[in-house]
Ligand binder design. Sequence first.
Ligand SMILES: [Zn+2]
Length: 151
Amino acid sequence: MFLIVPVFPQKVEFPQAYIESVRKGGIPMKLSEAEELICELMERHELFDECWSYQFDAASVRFGECRQRDKVLSFSKKLVYLNHESDVRDTILHEIAHALVGTGHGHSEVWSRKCVEIGVSPNRYYSSREIAGVRNRTAWLIADRRYGGME
Ligand SMILES: [Zn+2]
């Protein structure tokens, strides 16, 4: 199998995460696609009806965050750019499960059951080691170039 990568005028170094995702037969998501997915899943689990909202943030180490007090699900823009749809989807559902069970549960049994119920494995946490992270500025700049800048 051949690895086909776009040709840029000047030599650029692709981030390892990107090359790996191409090898696995997929490319990382665009932010607009991730946004559609977030809306679809939040809608399905009726979070908008409960006044929840979502946002993207500049985190590089953690992928998603559920802020119970503000009713906000927040996702790392950089990690969306660098990861597969299935990883982005799992992260969204992970945070949705937190939102659905409410405060004080953390990664408890209650939260785990909710994960299973909505279709995400409670065992899949994304640490910066598991997920394609932004380990250096170059990797991020290349991802940024590929997707036409941050929104
Ligand atoms: Zn969590």
